[in-house]
Write a protein that binds this ligand. Structure first.
Ligand SMILES: NC(=O)c1ccc[n+]([C@@H]2O[C@H](COP(=O)([O-])OP(=O)(O)OC[C@H]3O[C@@H](n4cnc5c(N)ncnc54)[C@H](O)[C@@H]3O)[C@@H](O)[C@H]2O)c1
Length: 335
């Protein structure tokens, strides 16, 4: 999905403004420094071994962090391990196309950096950084962090990979709001270079610097954003996709023509309907409904669109369900 934005941004000189932006953001927040300065994060514990958690674990392990992947049960952990194993195979083949021995060495070394656990408490004992990538539910995330706050070392930084929930609200479940931030990775994590680093008004300078440093050591490009709905990428993308739906609902153009228009007229690699099918129409609806409830975004931008609500009610979620604006075959390709 978001590779669209990445390519446009890299072709745009405005993207060069990032260092200035993060500097300005930094000075806009309080710089109260915490007593803990875990700049040298070595051990990362990731909660959730789904699509995002597994990707984050892989990228951390590939870049020499010691990683522990935690999920609720062994079956979920196995799924995460399978995601990582097949992704690593692809990376190894690309990095060492002619050398099977080197491919194996790379895969073994990376897998050697990863431990798995279903014991949340034990898995947090040595963590310098905990990254949460579990279900998108505020109460569930707060419960997890409230428990972790009691068992993790004082210096341990906490962060959430949430796409749509306020980081400050999740952080409230802990007593370490100065050591709490957001690390918003993009799907698929091993391929997408961007990470949005979210700083609440209470995130300390040390914590923020440490999160930026971790992203760089993971060979990602971090950008800084305040704790606002959708951060940067989704704040721009979701209203754009909603307006595309309105164009179709008003009968002004077909989804196919809108997609062609944005690809050939704006240089986007995917049209908004292809993108919506990729993200998942249920996910889009979940985000828009949540923002509308929160009331922090102009009502017109997040006004409900019947076309979207109907498709979701029919179970047509896009690529993952086999039908959205386009039909898909079993492996997610367009029919
Ligand atoms: N999917 C995306 O494109 C995307 C992109 C950016 C951010 N995110 C965010 O990342 C997070 C995870 O999304 P996902 O797509 O990987 O979800 P997913 O459903 O693929 O995986 C979630 C995993 O969390 C596990 N889990 C649930 N509760 C747990 C707990 N208390 N302790 C440990 N594990 C637990 C589940 O068993 C599951 O394996 C969400 O907050 C989502 O908003 C998703």
């Amino acid at each position: 999905m978001l590779s669209a934005v990445r390519r446009v941004a890299s072709a745009n000189p405005a993207a060069m403004m990032r260092p200035l932006t993060s500097l300005t953001m930094t000075s806009a927040f309080s710089t109260s420094s915490s007593a803990y300065a875990p700049h040298n994060v070595k051990n990362i514990t990731v909660f959730g071994s789904g699509l995002m958690g597994a990707g984050i674990v892989q990228v951390a392990a590939q870049n020499a962090f010691n990683v522990t992947m935690v999920d609720l049960n062994p079956e979920a952990l196995k799924k995460g391990q399978d995601i990582i194993a097949s992704s690593l195979k692809r990376v190894a083949k690309k990095q060492f196309p002619e050398d099977a021995a080197q491919q194996k060495e790379f895969i073994d070394k990376t897998m050697g950096q990863i431990k798995t656990s279903t014991d949340s408490e034990a898995a947090s004992k040595d963590a310098d950084l905990i990254i949460e990538a579990i279900v998108e539910n505020l109460k569930t995330k707060q419960q997890l962090f409230s428990m972790l706050d009691k068992v993790a070392p004082e210096h341990t930084l906490f962060c959430s990979n949430t796409s749509s929930l306020p980081i400050g609200e999740i952080a409230k479940a802990t007593k370490r709001t100065d050591r709490f931030g957001g690390l918003h990775f993009f799907n698929p994590v091993p391929q997408m270079k961007l990470v949005e680093v979210i700083r609440t008004e209470e995130t300390s300078q040390d914590s923020f610097d440490s999160l930026m440093d971790v992203c760089t050591r993971m060979k990602k490009t971090p950008v800084s954003c305040k704790d606002t709905p959708g951060f940067i990428v989704n704040r721009l993308l979701v209203p754009y996709m909603m307006e595309s739906l309105r164009i179709v609902e008003r009968g002004e153009a077909t989804p196919q023509d809108v997609d062609v228009a944005m690809k050939l007229g704006a240089g986007f690699p995917m049209g908004p309907f292809e993108l919506a099918d990729f993200v998942g129409l249920d996910t889009m609806k979940f985000i828009v409904d949540g923002w509308r409830k929160e009331g922090k975004i102009d009502d017109n931008l997040v006004a409900p669109v019947k076309l979207l609500d109907d498709l979701v009610a029919q179970g047509n979620f896009g690529r993952k369900s086999g039908q959205g604006f386009y039909p898909y075959n079993g492996v997610g390709g367009k029919k």
